[in-house]
Design a binder for this molecule. Structure first.
Ligand SMILES: [Zn+2]
Length: 311
């Protein structure tokens, strides 16, 4: 190779490296409160975003330890995506405030409340305050467990990412279309799988699954918690067990972060199976992304329903 050609090759190499560096530098930094939102952000953002979640999928998202290390991460974020409907009210506001990052303060260009475009169930009629101990005062915040809401969240994120990085709009739109296509195909499969079990009666520990139940045809007849966020009481548990026997309910779904003592006692008394079912991506290692979460939960559920049918 001549010296001139070598110099040209080197110059081209430097330019390409520079472009790669600029792209790496210009990635959007996205913080999400939960792993579910992080999973959807990764689907839409691909390699043009760096995404990190604050809460782990095996933690109760209502009660997360506000570690100072998150403040440093929030300082560098371009976008903060939260579930909203007061899910994170016990731990997120001080972190955001102390980050002093104007972009992600409420009302800032990078503050994304994913609930604003989602279908929200159980919106209370009349005045409900947290003083009554209810951690769902603005309606049910576990709305990501309906894949139709997953699509709405993804649409919202594609828009927000495109506003922040308009040069990547076509890329985000293409990623969104691809995700919607895979989710639609999976949804058809899940609905077919669940169709024979429509109307199956269950009890759940916390009110995590109303959107899931409505989409996939479960009938939730009661909860181990007397109210969302309030631990089980002996009288409530007794009433619940009587109701389960009356309606012949054979399944108790428990989120991975609750104590199994009361559910197991209910199971012994009523003959119901106690099934630990993750409501979030990362709740178990078999659910590392949004579509796999539903794959896992639906297979787990159908296995348990079949087992109950043969008892
Ligand atoms: Zn809740």
């Amino acid at each position: 190779m001549s010296t001139k050609k070598l110099l040209v090759a080197l110059a081209v190499g430097v330019v390409l490296l520079g472009a790669g560096w600029a792209r790496a530098q210009s990635k959007l930094t996205v913080m999400t409160t939960t792993e579910d939102l992080a999973a959807i952000a990764r689907e839409v953002g691909g390699d043009r975003v760096n995404v990190e979640a604050i809460a782990r999928g095996y933690q109760d998202p209502h009660f997360v330890e506000a570690k100072p290390s998150f403040i440093l991460k929030l300082q560098k974020a371009d976008i903060l995506v939260l579930v909203g409907k007061e899910l994170e009210i016990g731990w997120l506001p001080p972190l955001v405030q102390q980050s002093r990052n104007a972009k992600i303060q409420q009302g800032g260009p990078g503050y994304v409340d994913a609930s604003l475009h989602a279908q929200i169930l159980e919106i209370p009629q009349g005045q409900i305050t947290r003083a009554m101990g209810d951690v769902h005062p603005q309606g049910n915040p576990h709305y990501w467990l309906d894949p139709e809401n997953g699509k709405r969240i993804a649409r919202d994120l594609a828009d927000k990412f495109s506003v922040a990085h308009s040069g990547d709009r076509a890329y985000f739109e293409q990623r969104l279309a691809d995700f919607n296509g895979r989710l639609d195909a999976a949804m058809k499969r899940w609905l077919d799988q669940m169709a024979p079990y429509k109307g199956t009666k269950v009890v759940t520990y916390h009110r995590s699954f109303p959107n899931f139940a409505e989409r996939f045809g479960l009938d939730i007849i009661g909860y181990v918690e007397p109210r969302p966020g309030i631990p089980p009481s002996p009288q409530h548990t007794l009433d619940l067990m009587n109701e389960m026997k009356r309606q012949n309910v054979k399944l108790v779904l428990v989120e991975p972060y609750f104590d199994l003592k009361t559910p197991n006692a209910i199971g012994r008394d009523t003959g119901a199976q106690v099934l630990v079912m993750p409501p979030s991506v990362g709740g178990v290692k078999e659910a590392p992304d949004y579509i796999k979460l539903f794959d896992y939960d639906i297979n787990l559920l159908i296995g348990a329903i079949k087992k109950a049918g043969t008892q």
